[in-house]
Write a protein that binds this ligand. Structure first.
Ligand code: MRU
Length: 348
């Protein structure tokens, strides 16, 4: 299936990353030639979204081996730790990198690993399509139980589509799939301050898919739900821990609390690679604090007083008690209990 957009492509031996910082007005690719290029692309959000930063991590290690064919295991492990430190909250980065380290540990000569990592990176991205589709079908079943087959008004936050996953997408993948089944009436895409993943990226993907939608500010959530304009909410995840607490883009938690207040189903959609079952509760998750200038300035120009300060947590933790179900490729976790999380998502 052809993607509406290609955030990462490998052409004639060259890795190209779509610069998501300038979307949707410009579609510009940067070439990544080194592990440092991949590190900076993740940290500066040229690429973003939990699965895509995981894939970029694999490519970073592949490029490290390509450029340094004589490295030995401790140097490779050091490079892996460096790459993992690019962004702390999404577990997918550590998950993908740790798997590359395991592959390295079972090689006698690391020089043999470069082509294997290239194949692994390409396969991981291709495999995610089937997984995303499976989650979307599980979501459809959950919605069917509540609403039957009627077309729904849905809401989402951040960007969880092809730009975040390289393929279909998680929460946005559900919406695209439901739309193909003629089960979407309208989408509200939350603008997602301060980085505007909703207005810049999700709306861009919805336009490419021809899906009826409007962008709303985060503060409009209560208005929409009180006025019965939303039937269900879908969000992605950067890390889901054993009790079902879920880190996702800042603002997700308040959406879930408002949804619970108004009795609106709230779903998290994420692959098994986004689960971290070594953490018991969301209190253990490290929340990335980003540059205050993302809030204080817009395109380099001050929007607040030059002396103003800002606090910029990039994620928050949604409490498991506010989540109706978590959908992953293995099935639906409903109700969200530690036992169900372990049983459904315990098999990677
Ligand atoms: O800071 P970002 O843009 O990387 O944050 C992305 C999100 O929070 C997504 O919702 C999450 O990674 C899931 S992507 C399928």
């Amino acid at each position: 299936m052809k993607n509406v957009v290609e955030p990462l492509k490998y052409e004639n031996g060259v890795l190209k990353l779509l610069d998501q910082r300038v979307l949707p007005l410009e579609e510009v690719y940067m070439t990544a030639k080194t592990i440092e290029d991949c590190f900076r692309a993740i940290q500066d959000m040229v690429v973003r979204g939990a699965p895509l930063i995981g894939f970029t991590g694999i490519w970073g290690l592949a490029l490290f081996l390509k450029n340094n064919p004589k490295v030995v295991l401790p140097q490779f492990e050091q490079a892996a730790e460096y790459l993992k430190s690019a962004r702390p909250t999404a577990v997918n980065l550590a998950y993908e990198i740790d798997r590359c380290v395991e592959m390295a540990r079972s090689e006698t000569h690391l020089s043999a690993l470069y082509p294997k990592l290239v194949d692994h990176a390409l396969a991981e991205m291709n495999n995610l399509y089937e997984k995303n589709l499976a989650m979307a079908k599980f979501a459809e079943v959950e919605l069917q139980k509540i609403y039957g087959d009627r077309p729904l008004n849905v809401m989402t936050i951040c960007n969880t589509g092809t730009l975040a996953c390289g393929v279909l997408g998680t929460a946005l993948g559900v919406i695209v799939h439901l739309n193909q089944q003629k089960k979407v009436k309208h989408v509200f895409a939350s603008e997602t301050r301060p980085y505007l993943q909703g207005s810049r990226l999700t709306s861009f993907e919805l336009i490419k898919e021809g899906i009826n939608h409007e962008i709303v500010v985060e503060g409009a959530a209560s208005y929409l739900m009180k006025n019965k304009m939303v039937d269900a909410i879908f969000a992605g995840a950067d890390r889901i821990v054993e009790n079902g607490d879920t880190a996702n883009k800042v603002g997700t938690s308040s959406l879930s609390i408002i949804a619970k207040h108004y009795g609106i189903p709230f779903f998290i959609v994420a692959p098994v690679s986004s689960f971290d079952l070594e953490m018991k509760t969301g209190d253990q998750i490290e929340i990335e604090l980003r540059d205050p200038n993302e809030i204080l300035k817009f395109k380099g120009a001050h929007i607040a007083h030059p002396e103003a300060k800002a606090l910029n947590p990039s994620f928050d933790v949604t409490d498991h008690s506010c989540i109706t179900a978590i959908l992953c490729e293995n099935g639906a976790i409903n109700p969200v209990t530690p036992e169900n999380v372990r049983n459904v998502a315990g098999q990677k």
